[in-house]
Design a binder for this molecule. Structure first.
Ligand code: ADP
Length: 401
């Protein structure tokens, strides 16, 4: 069975084609600058050189058409015909309270996604555009939606409600939803496998630290709390997002600086985080380099970030009555020994310590806590595409030949 995984952003489209017999990736790629000047498809057949394909890519339908052509191209394609694609899995950001698991796309599901656009105005529309584009070109191929929010639907009410009038939840769905669910689910399951125990016996804290960053408490295989909230702005300080702040700050800034709601939104989403703190960059590689050269604000941004992550780990250990494993994943979590060390420095009271030699590794799956640690610390590269492909296979297998 061959499954195409599609992740549509407003001006981008990432894809991977899986052969689900052995879960290998046949090809992957990225369409960039959809609807803008200089749009390009970078197609990467596994084990072969990258193929850059430039064209005017006005919308997601044209992008999908190009991807399918590239996949079945006589020279750099990986299938003899697009008929070989049995199913398509889409990353969908917001499934609100309706979807607690992946789902076969139907007109009713599409209508629900449309309804949730209010909750994720930047994310759901391109996801829907991608689904419609695939339906137009491959009408008989089943499609599945895999939601960033689904894994967190197990959170209890006391964890997902905010301390504001209950009517805001009932009327407008204002509550914590959480994001990065596919990643938290994948790495927590891998951690259980590495420990050699069942998820149902474990309390795991997963730290997804990339440009966007979130942290989740997973007890007995279920997300019981997560740092992102109503939107992906809450929680940890991130590359350009502020994370947790006093909610009195936005109206204060609006009054002081004469900002409109949209301007304050941009300020908190795009100009804050470690970028705003350092005044230098949202990329931790730049910050680490600058800090090494004595840049105090770069070091300060790193310190604030590490401190917030450590605080969350402590609070989630309290929320679960203890912790058995802590997992680091995503760009920073997988690749920065220094950040992992700084975060964990001070967590010895939980019964864990980072092994410096093991922690020196980058980007590979491994335990990095000292031998015999009561609480294990792991680095586990995330693989959201594989989870999407697996869910798509499970749902579509009974539907295909
Ligand atoms: P996203 O998918 O949210 O855009 P990623 O998971 O790709 O983000 O993570 C990107 C971030 O990872 C970068 O901003 C950078 O700060 C960090 N990162 C990647 N590699 C390294 C590295 N070798 N050292 C430190 N930070 C790194």
């Amino acid at each position: 069975m061959k499954v195409l995984v599609v992740n549509c952003g407003s001006s981008s489209l990432k894809y991977q084609l899986f052969n689900m017999e052995d879960e290998s990736v046949l090809a992957k790629g990225l369409v960039d600058r959809i609807g803008l000047d200089g749009s390009v498809l970078n197609h990467q057949p596994t084990g072969k050189p990258k193929v850059p394909l430039t064209a005017e890519i006005k919308n997601h339908t044209i992008a999908i058409k190009m991807v399918l052509e590239a996949l079945a191209h006589p020279e750099y394609g990986v299938v003899s015909s697009i008929e070989e694609i049995d199913a398509i899995g889409h990353r969908v950001v917001h499934g609100a309270e309706k979807f607690s698991d992946s789902v076969l796309i139907s007109p009713a599901v599409l209508a629900a996604l449309d309804e949730f656009t209010e909750l994720a105005p930047l994310h759901n529309p391109p996801n829907i555009a991608g689904i419609n584009a695939c339906a137009e070109i491959l009408p008989s191929v089943p499609q599945v939606g895999v939601f960033d929010t689904a894994f967190h639907q197990t959170m209890p009410k006391h964890a997902f409600l905010y301390g504001i009038p209950y009517e805001a939840y009932k009327k407008y769905g204002v509550r914590r939803y959480g994001f990065h669910g596919t990643s938290h689910k994948y790495v927590s399951q891998r951690a259980a496998e590495m420990i050699g125990d069942h998820m149902s016996n474990l309390r795991i804290i997963t730290c997804h630290l990339g440009n966007g960053a979130s942290i989740t408490a997973i007890k007995n295989g279920k997300s019981i709390d997560t740092s992102m909230g109503f939107t992906p702005l809450e929680g940890l300080v991130m590359g350009t997002r502020c994370g947790d702040i006093d909610p009195a700050i936005p109206p204060y800034l609006m009054r002081k600086e004469g900002m409109t709601p949209d301007e304050v939104d941009t300020y908190l989403n795009k100009k804050s985080g470690v970028l705003g703190l350092s005044g230098l960059s949202s990329d931790f590689r730049d910050l680490e380099e600058a800090a090494d050269k004595g840049n105090e604000r770069a070091q300060l941004a790193i310190d604030v970030f590490a401190y917030t992550v450590r605080k969350y780990i402590g609070s989630y250990a309290a929320a679960m009555g203890g912790v058995d494993a802590i997992v680091f994943t995503a760009g920073l979590g997988e690749n920065s020994p220094r950040m992992r060390d700084q975060i964990c420095n001070g967590l010895e009271f939980l019964g864990t310590r980072v092994d410096a030699a093991k922690n020196a590794g980058r980007g590979k799956e491994q335990e990095i806590s000292v031998d015999g640690s009561k609480v294990k610390i792991f680095v586990i590269p995330t693989n959201e595409e594989l989870v999407i492909a697996r869910d798509t296979k499970t749902i579509c297998l009974p539907l295909v030949k």
